[in-house]
Design a protein around this ligand. Structure first.
Ligand code: 13P
Ligand code: SF4
Length: 350
């Protein structure tokens, strides 16, 4: 990265001292991640957001829904800053509150809301988390989805899972032993979600039709191709991948899980990793004694994670030094109160 920008970021961070706390998601660019005080997956970052109550500013190097969650979980006198406001998440954008409320009304008309526990993946807007909190549900991340579903099925007999169909299906079928037929797909763009009353009555998992376009690029062919090309390779993927890809993989887990699995892997072992490219490249460099490769032959960055680059980070830090507070992410108090219920429920999962 540009040495001048590195020097400016270092100087601005030093000038701010303990007033600033920088969090970085594992998909961030190397040029940014080097300035993070803590790096993590979505779960760890949600936990860590509240770890420094004395820091006035939390600079969140990640995407919008993560910064919103940090705002919900931190004190009123702390401000959360997203260095580029355009760093969203296309999956989170696939569930809009009005659509989710329309689905819930449909379930109400059928008389089944009493049995349904809403569960939302962390990758959702604060108002979706608020909806879930109001309706006695829980947030989950890729590292605790099974525990969240186990808890939910103790509260009710059905789960309405938002917005990632793949995480919902993969967890229910591959971790909890459900049948594929126990899951139905609610399409917000079709009347009634595209489902009959009987389908809704019989389903155990009502999956929202959302997905991650980055992880959606990995296919069964990617797995077959790498297994042919690299005999003995271990295929390790994120649970946002399609069901058939996760089923064909050897291991599945969150970004933090992927890092730990590769740390623990023996020298000389080969790994094809199905997740975002910044992370896979960093892991390959960190483990020269292991053969670590990207699962697909095409490159696949998360374009919105990548929006946070060193120039944006330097700008945000220098604004703070100058006494201005840029790009503050604030969730209104009503929404935050409901969303906090669902987030606290996740943090309290056994
Ligand atoms: P993790 O919680 O595994 O870090 O995943 C977050 C994410 O956005 C994956 O696409
Ligand atoms: Fe969203 Fe996918 Fe990017 Fe994760 S990788 S932030 S789910 S678009």
């Amino acid at each position: 990265s540009d040495p001048d920008l590195v020097a400016r970021a270092t100087a601005a961070k030093a000038a701010l001292g303990d007033r600033v706390f920088v969090l970085g998601h594992h998909y961030q660019r190397d040029e940014v991640i080097q300035f993070a005080d803590v790096t993590g997956d979505s779960f760890k970052l949600a936990q860590q957001a509240a770890a420094r109550p004395d820091a006035e500013f939390i600079v969140f190097c990640g995407v919008h829904f993560m910064a919103e969650s940090a705002d919900i979980l931190t004190g009123k006198d702390q401000q959360v800053i997203l260095p580029d406001l355009a760093a969203g998440c296309s999956m989170a954008d696939m569930a809009v509150l009005g659509q989710v409320e329309a689905a819930w009304e449909r379930f109400e008309d059928l008389g089944i809301t009493g049995e349904i526990v809403p569960v939302t993946y962390m990758n959702s807007s604060a108002d979706i988390k608020g909806f879930v909190g109001r309706n006695k549900g829980v947030v989950c991340t890729s590292s605790n989805a099974q525990r969240a579903l186990t808890w939910s099925f103790e509260q009710g007999s059905k789960v309405f899972f938002l917005p990632d169909q793949h995480l919902g299906r993969n967890t229910a079928v591959l971790e909890m032993g459900f049948d594929l037929d126990d899951c139905v797909l609610y399409d917000p763009h079709k009347p009634g979600g595209g489902l009959t009353d009987d389908q809704l009555r019989n389903a155990r998992m009502i999956l929202w039709r959302g997905h991650c376009s980055v992880h959606g690029r990995f296919t069964l062919d990617s797995v077959r191709e790498v297994r042919e090309r690299v005999p003995g390779v271990n295929v390790l993927v994120h649970p946002e991948c399609r069901h058939e890809v996760v089923r064909a993989a050897d291991q599945v887990g969150s970004t933090e899980y992927i890092i730990k699995a590769l740390d623990a892997a023996p020298a000389g072992s080969a790994w094809a990793v199905g997740t975002e490219l910044n992370l896979v490249r960093r892991l390959a460099l960190a483990h020269p004694d292991k053969q670590i490769m990207f699962l697909d032959r095409t490159v696949c960055y998360c374009s919105t994670m990548n929006r946070i680059d060193l120039p944006h980070l330097v700008w945000a830090l220098e604004e703070l030094v100058a006494g201005r507070v840029p790009n503050v992410i604030t969730v209104d108090e009503d929404t935050a109160a409901n969303a906090r219920v669902a987030l606290d429920q996740m943090l309290a999962l056994p």
